[in-house]
Design a protein around this ligand. Structure first.
Ligand code: SF4
Length: 230
């Protein structure tokens, strides 16, 4: 189907020289604690059922997380927070996500990264963001028939969701809705409407400092589950 073909095409993309170098160098050198593992070292495709009503839009894979395990948000601290919360609100089968064949399953939820290769310091350049944009736009287009709620992680995910829907010809509200934790915006296009929900990114920068608590994360993901089931 279209999604499987898209996943296959993105998984061999080499359009950003700096990111290709970084993802492969990290995969080659490896963190000492994962020395016995074979890193994925390639772009990370979306993951979750193709008919999901909830779509989570993240930033980019972690060098020793998804870039190692090959599955989005799997094997890093942000993912630990995200999957635990998804499990608490009924959107993931297990509370943890450690490796690609751990039995985890997303329920009515799909996750995508805006930039699909691990960037140094978790910071893609604007040029890299723009080079990767056609992949997320294509994926949102393929998922559009089912998606009702988009959870944007951080301002980067929020802007990426707005830009991607605008690229698909949707009416993206002007002035641009402001990102915030718990922010909501309605977007319309192709005879459909979705709710865009803002959520602080579960990065260690936010979870260590208490800017994002488990209750806050559960609040937004629980809201997404309620909206999708309504
Ligand atoms: Fe390709 Fe995106 Fe990776 Fe750049 S970041 S190499 S566009 S998959």
């Amino acid at each position: 189907d279209g999604l499987a073909e898209l996943d296959a095409r993105v998984s061999v993309c080499r359009a950003c020289p700096r990111l290709v170098r970084w993802r492969e160098q990290v995969a080659d050198v490896k963190r000492a604690s994962y020395a016995h593992e074979t890193y994925w070292g390639r772009p990370i495709p979306g993951w979750g059922p193709p008919t999901a009503r909830i779509l989570i839009v993240g930033l980019a894979p972690a060098a020793n997380g998804a870039n190692r395990t090959g599955r989005i948000f799997t094997g890093d601290r942000s993912g630990d927070w995200l999957f635990a919360s998804l499990h608490r609100v009924g959107l993931a089968r297990l509370p943890t996500s450690t490796h690609a064949d751990d039995g985890q399953e997303l329920i009515d939820t799909r996750m995508v990264a805006t930039v699909r290769c691990a960037p140094p310091q978790n910071k893609p350049t604007v040029a890299e963001r723009d080079t990767c944009a056609p992949w997320i736009v294509a994926e949102l287009g393929l998922l559009a028939e089912h998606v009702e709620v988009v959870v944007a992680l951080g301002g980067f995910g929020w802007d990426a969701a707005l830009r991607s829907y605008a690229a698909l010809g949707w009416d993206v509200v002007r002035p641009k809705p402001h990102f915030g934790h718990g922010a909501e915006a309605r977007l319309a296009g192709d005879g459909r409407e979705i709710t865009l929900l803002g959520c602080y990114h579960p990065s260690q920068q936010n979870t260590f400092t208490g800017k994002l608590t488990e209750a806050m994360l559960d609040g937004v993901l629980g809201r997404a589950a309620d909206l999708a089931r309504a």
